[in-house]
Design a protein around this ligand. Structure first.
Ligand code: FES
Length: 153
């Protein structure tokens, strides 16, 4: 995934377009993450000022939603559904296999890859489900995920 390098000027332009909308804090944080790949700590004050809320309000939203990140993302992100429907069709085994294939543990990341759990991707009928850089995969195997990551790298 390609993101714009962080700059306060570019962030200001993003915030100009989001702070007038309803629910401006979450929308602004999402927009910043879409633009830069993450929301750096210095953005908290900018969002607070732009949306006329306290830094605590912004920090609360930023830390509540697990999809919002405060550090740059790795090259590829793999999310594996570990909710009940996917567990019943093998997501635990998929997690074990993916940890071996990628050489990292669930909820860990390095510069190249992160493995994270997710609790339902809305693809329950085709479980176990996973997502690679936003692309949904049904009946996933660790090899499927590995090939897709390689193709996207
Ligand atoms: S439980 Fe895995 S996609 Fe819904």
């Amino acid at each position: 995934m390609l993101f714009t390098p962080w700059s306060s000027q570019a962030a200001s332009a993003v915030l100009d377009a989001t702070c007038e909308k309803p629910g401006p804090v979450l929308i602004s944080l999402q927009a910043l993450q879409n633009e830069f790949g993450y929301v750096p700590k210095e953005a908290v004050e900018m969002v607070a000022k732009a949306c006329n809320v306290s830094r605590a309000d912004v920090h609360g939203v930023l830390t509540f939603y697990h999809d919002l990140r405060t550090s740059p993302p790795p090259k590829n992100s793999v999310r594996i559904c570990v909710a009940e429907a996917c567990q019943s069709v093998g997501s635990r085994k998929l997690v074990e296999d993916a940890e071996k294939v990628f050489g990292t543990q669930m909820e860990e990341s390095n510069d190249d890859i992160e493995l994270k759990p997710v609790y339902c991707l809305g693809n329950c009928a085709l479980g176990p489900s996973a997502m690679v850089d936003g692309e949904l995969i049904g009946r996933a195997t660790a090899n499927d995920l590995h090939h897709l990551v390689k193709a996207k790298s």
